[in-house]
Ligand binder design. Structure first.
Ligand code: CTP
Ligand code: CA
Length: 235
């Protein structure tokens, strides 16, 4: 699709965007992962570059075909990260010079404690069930907020499953406050929504809980709206 370059309003800014989903190894051949494709993060990186930013894209298991299809501008430098720990390290390193950080990646909340050095086998299991011990990963975005540089803008993303009666917006407000991010973009996901599609709908709230935008459209459309919100919050 063609995108009219309305402005060059991110010129001179360095931005770091994380995309995709981390994978936490169980043994040399297995992992715990999630359904994030990286499409929204790719759209964010492409939009930022076209609006003039210098972009570091920290990509966790983003499909090669998708990356190629995105035909990212040369202003985007791609760094691969596999696990939550690797993504954290890459983001902290990009954050040293970043003016804006957007955490669009789906980061594992838990990792496997005691990764098996060899493939687990049914023969080595004690019975018909096994137990994996999972421990919390570090909250990367919370750490970035804690170490935030002067003038740095930090944006979080949240994919929520509706159903317990609480509005998406209220959950987004609470999460924005808890994380201390300048902006939090929330969307609803489910078995049949949110993933592997080119469309998205977001509610973007600021740290005070104000709704600053509710874009819907292609992932590129909503990416543009996220950058509009970033520009607004920085001015
Ligand atoms: N995030 C992160 N590090 C983690 C987990 C999440 O930086 N270990 C980031 C995500 O990239 C996202 C934001 O935090 O930008 C919100 O993610 P979300 O999973 O919604 O938040 P959690 O605090 O993990 O809450 P939940 O229990 O709802 O998953
Ligand atoms: Ca989480």
């Amino acid at each position: 699709a063609e995108h009219v370059v309305r402005r060059h309003d991110l010129a001179g800014l360095r931005v770091a965007v994380s995309a995709g989903g981390t994978r936490e190894p169980i043994d040399p051949v297995r992992f715990i992962g999630n359904r994030s494709s990286g499409r929204q993060g790719l759209a964010l990186a492409a939009a930022a570059a076209e609006r003039g930013a210098e972009v570091v894209l920290v990509a966790a298991h983003v499909d090669r075909g998708l990356l190629a299809e995105a035909a990212l501008p040369t202003a985007v430098r791609i760094v691969a990260a596999g696990t939550a720990a690797e993504l954290g390290e890459a983001m902290r390193s990009a954050a040293v010079v970043a003016d804006v950080i957007v955490m669009a990646a789906a980061v594992a909340d838990y990792r496997v404690e005691g990764i098996a050095p060899r493939k687990l086998t049914k023969e080595s299991a004690a019975g018909p069930a096994i137990t994996l011990e999972l421990v919390e990963t570090d909250d990367i975005v919370a750490g970035l907020v804690r170490d935030r540089r002067e003038g740095q803008t930090i944006v979080g993303f949240a994919a929520e499953t509706p159903g317990d009666g609480e509005a998406l917006i209220d959950r987004a407000r609470r999460k924005a406050a808890r994380k201390g991010v300048d902006l939090l973009a929330a969307n609803e996901v489910g078995w049949e929504r949110g993933f592997e599609t080119d469309r998205n709908a977001l509610v973007i709230v600021d740290v005070e809980g104000r709704v600053v935008a509710e874009p819907r459209g292609t992932k590129r459309d909503v990416a543009e709206a996220v950058w509009d919100a970033v520009v607004a919050v920085r001015s």
